[in-house]
Ligand binder design. Structure first.
Ligand code: GAP
Length: 421
């Protein structure tokens, strides 16, 4: 690029992109995501398709870590939650009963109403039926309510959880991962007695906030918004949106809805409450989380710039359990077989076997490797140098402080375990 077109060097900015100009920050995130293998435009080599994105190796690792942390908190560490993985295409009668055929409507710029569900045909010829790709994972829980009750005999209150794809023919997909046509949800339907709904609504509000904080979302940018009458989804009697301050405005991140007995009633499902010896239709509290919006809010929360050795560096300050890579291993020089051999067999192999999310990085000089790993958000970079060959220690560099310390190779796994616990 000719010198005159170069952007002037900017002063360093710190923390969650606080003072960055908004468009600038989105641009930086989008280009970092592509450059470092997090997210690519869908169908890119054919010019793309609006509203669709593909996750690369590190984006997928980030996605998996987010989903795992969610599943661990809301399913594995509880006694009252049952997982489900339902199909995406249902008998269309389900979407009629759920109110989505009549009520899942978007508005075109001309003010015309249209159904946002993607239509598809199941079967061929005269036997073909029209169905839809699910626009929410929630119905997969409701239609398996009876199976879950019959198999596991849960007592109220209890919940069902699902992580999976949802599809909406959004009229105006935009803002990177924020509004897509194919995205992922993590949803809970929590079944309670009618008289308890307010108590559990408050309870789930707290649980949702706790998880956001645990994942590393900047809570100063999260705001709770009560959705007024007339603006809620057709099934909801009360909804709170958790909104996030994105660079393009304060908009929905996650939601919490009181779906009453709307869905179970419409599917003609009920429950024998043994404690009260009566047949009832449980009421439902629904905490819902978009995986892609979680990723976008997280990227915006952890993106940081500071100055190192007179240069602006950008890095992703992920918590270690969420970071796509826990540590990267480098031989100081890639043309010294003794360093490469040591780094590969005595450092990389055992770390890889222990943590899985370990990168091998021998590309470019050490400064370049650090900058690359900073942008991926790798908390620790481990370098095998000539001292290693005699004293069996390596340098471990901390992403956030840039400080380095020497650690015995025999203690490396425990050292990292302690740091990330
Ligand atoms: N079952 C309730 C439900 O689907 P929603 O508010 O329409 O409620 C839930 O969607 C979550 O899914 C949202 O809070 C958001 O995180 C995510 N989401 C919704 N539409 C999206 C889209 N077009 N692109 C990306 N994420 C979306």
């Amino acid at each position: 690029m000719p010198e005159k077109n170069k952007k002037p060097a900017r002063p360093p900015k710190s923390g969650a992109g606080g003072e960055n100009k908004s468009d600038d920050l989105m641009e930086k995130i989008v280009s970092l995501c592509k450059r470092r293998g997090f997210v690519f435009q869908g169908s890119e080599i054919y010019g793309g398709l609006a509203g669709f994105y593909d996750y690369g190796h590190y984006g997928l690792a980030l996605q998996n870590n987010i989903k795992n942390s969610w599943w661990k908190k809301f399913v594995d560490s509880r006694r009252d939650m049952y997982g489900i993985n339902s199909s995406i295409i249902f008998n269309p009668k389900i979407w009629e009963a759920s109110g989505h055929v009549a009520g899942f409507l978007g508005t075109t710029p001309e003010g015309k109403k249209f159904n946002e569900m993607f239509k598809t045909e199941v079967g061929t010829g005269e036997g073909a039926i029209v169905s839809y790709l699910r626009p929410e994972t929630a119905q997969g829980m409701f239609v398996n309510f009876k199976n879950t009750v019959d198999t596991f005999h849960p007592k109220l209150p209890f919940g069902m959880a699902q992580i999976g794809k949802a599809f909406r023919n959004e009229i105006a997909p935009r803002d990177f991962l924020f509004r897509q046509r194919e995205f992922e949800q993590m949803e809970i339907e929590y079944f309670v007695r009618k008289e308890d709904w307010e108590k559990y609504f408050e309870y789930w509000k707290g649980e949702m906030l706790d998880w956001m904080e645990e994942a590393g979302i900047n809570m100063n940018k999260v705001h709770e918004m009560e959705i007024p009458d007339g603006e809620r989804a057709h099934y909801s009697s009360r909804t709170i949106d958790f909104e996030f301050e994105y660079p393009f405005g304060q908009k929905e991140l996650f939601g919490l809805a009181y779906r009453t007995d709307f869905d179970l009633k419409n599917h003609k499902l009920d429950y024998i409450d043994e404690e009260k010896a009566e047949k009832i239709i449980p009421h439902v509290i629904e905490p819902t989380f978009g995986v892609d919006r979680a990723i976008l809010a997280l990227l915006l929360s952890v993106y940081t710039e500071d100055e190192k050795n007179g240069e602006v560096r950008s890095y992703l300050k992920f918590k270690p359990n969420i970071a796509p890579v826990i540590c990267a291993v480098s031989p100081l020089l890639k043309n010294k077989p003794e360093l490469v051999e040591y780094a590969n067999t005595k450092v990389y192999a055992p770390l890889k076997a222990e943590f899985g999310r370990v990168a091998w990085d021998d590309n470019g000089n050490i400064g370049k490797r650090y900058r690359r790993q900073d942008e991926i958000g790798t908390p620790f970079c481990i370098v095998v140098d000539f001292d290693t060959l005699t004293d069996n220690t390596v340098t471990v560099r901390d992403r956030d402080t840039g400080e380095q310390e020497r650690v015995k190779v025999s203690e490396l796994i425990n050292f990292i375990k302690e740091k990330i616990s």
